[in-house]
Write a protein that binds this ligand. Structure first.
Ligand code: ATP
Ligand code: MG
Length: 440
């Protein structure tokens, strides 16, 4: 049985893995991170790379950023770098800015149980403050997984392992530091992090950590909607969104993130729609293209919105577009309990859904106006996905694809063709009176 952070109060002797026995070469480390490490070291402070970057390098992945841990206090770090900005109210961090690259430098900090300040937790054991400086051992113990608590020491290029992270790297296993039950309780975001890492790093979750994860999945409900939204963005942007969502479903965490979608998830078209969209997203990330979280959220909420709109149409007799407007407002509002969607994202979701309805009106005046709408492309992409997932919109999707790729003359022919089919025999239109048009 592993010791919990509060059981380990005495000094731990780390395992030091010398440069000759590990795979981290300085060629793989960002030059800016090396500059920061060397300057701290030359000024007499200890300086280590830590966390995700060390783990990723050892597992053979390219780190997405480089974090530094040191015994220098933030004010001392600032004195060493003129390109330094101190950030954070809860815990002061130094950001060393090199154009687009930011190297984050954090002073070693401790787990609460080890600190004089003990009131930083809620009754459920969740950490609400996390701002006390400590030793490097303390710093290792407060981290989440053992493979996230490895330190690359710039003084001798060794890897310093206090908790057995290197063993986990070798066995491809994700183990929580300390008692998983307690650690999930004090910060339930770790449930999502465990699943995200399992997907991204191709590692298995250790049996002890996994059984707690399954038992405590409901704790995700205690995480603020702001933090959950940030975590979901990481899932979408991580390059393995499909695999992560499948695992979130397997561990029944998905239901706490998207409860409205979860009730449809066993429907083949819902499952297919979401999975195809996430596979496309992963493909775009692999090609280093941008992705749209608002689009993915629209895909995830599409079936709950349609269901609610149909219900409103049947029960309240609203016209289709009014039902959709109301359904979007309701479903997005409910989703906000789990995820704090920024206003701009709410507007995007609403527009992409409303455009689905407009895309069915293939009249000349409407079509050209639609093409100019900023979210036309996203709406068209959703239409294609719906067709691919088996909704009966294949003919419409094909028409728009053809229209989109055509010259102006070809577009006129396509419009005439579709309007002849739809408008014959032509309906007599009532001329709008002057009074009517002023009212509009
Ligand atoms: P990613 O590749 O997603 O950035 P990461 O491990 O670097 O993975 P970060 O969120 O950047 O994740 O955090 C950096 C480090 O801080 C982690 O490796 C871990 O040691 C520690 N950490 C982050 N979040 C938590 C948490 N909720 N509980 C404990 N330690 C954490
Ligand atoms: Mg990171």
């Amino acid at each position: 049985m592993q010791k919990t952070p509060d059981q380990i109060k005495t000094k731990i002797t780390p395992v030091i893995i010398p440069r000759s026995a590990h795979s981290i070469s300085r060629r793989l480390i960002s030059r800016n991170a090396l500059k920061v490490l060397y300057r701290l070291h030359e000024a007499g402070y200890s300086a280590y790379l830590v966390g995700g970057c060390v783990r990723d390098l050892l597992l053979g992945y390219e780190p997405k950023d480089f974090d530094v841990a040191t015994d220098a206090r933030p004010e001392e770090v600032r004195k060493l770098f003129k390109n330094c900005r101190l950030i954070g109210k809860r815990f002061r961090l130094a950001h060393i800015i090199f154009g687009a690259e930011i190297i984050e430098v954090a002073t070693f900090r401790t787990h609460h149980e080890n600190a004089e300040e003990r009131d930083g937790k809620t009754l459920q054991g969740m950490i609400i403050r996390d701002n006390v400086y400590g030793s490097i051992e303390d710093d290792a113990l407060r981290r989440d997984f053992r493979m996230n608590a490895l330190y690359y020491n710039i003084a001798d290029f060794s890897v310093v392992d206090y908790l057995g992270g290197m063993q986990d790297i070798q066995s491809n296993e994700l183990c929580m530091i300390g008692d998983p039950e307690k650690r999930f309780q004090e910060d339930p975001v770790r449930l999502l992090r465990a699943v995200r890492f399992a997907a991204k790093l191709n590692v298995t979750i250790s049996p002890e950590t996994e059984s707690c994860l399954i038992r405590l999945n409901y704790l995700v409900k205690n995480v603020s909607n702001g933090r959950l939204f940030q975590e979901i963005l990481k899932v979408f942007q991580g390059g393995v969104a499909l695999k992560t969502i499948i695992l979130l479903q397997k561990y029944q965490i998905f239901t706490h993130l998207f409860p409205q979608t979860d009730s449809f998830i066993n429907h083949e078209t819902t499952q297919k729609l979401i999975h195809i969209a996430l596979a496309h997203t992963d493909q775009r990330i692999a090609e280093q293209k941008t992705i749209s979280p608002a689009f993915l959220l629209t895909v995830i909420l599409w079936h709950p919105i349609c269901h609610e709109a149909n219900h409103l149409q049947k029960t309240a007799g609203f016209p289709e577009h009014v039902s959709f407007e109301r359904a979007i407002a309701l479903i997005v509002k409910q989703q906000m309990q789990q995820l704090a969607l920024p206003r701009v994202m709410q507007v995007s979701i609403s527009e992409i859904v409303m455009l689905q309805h407009r895309l069915t009106h293939r009249r000349r005046a409407v079509v050209f106006r639609l093409l100019d709408r900023p979210r036309f492309r996203a709406a068209y992409d959703l239409l294609l996905l719906r067709a691919e997932a088996g909704e009966p919109v294949q003919e419409l999707a094909n028409w728009w694809t053809q229209f989109y790729d055509s010259s102006n003359e070809e577009r006129e022919i396509l419009l005439q063709a579709v309007n002849q089919i739809r408008l014959s025999p032509p309906k007599k239109r009532r001329r709008r009176s002057k009074k009517d048009s002023q009212a509009l």
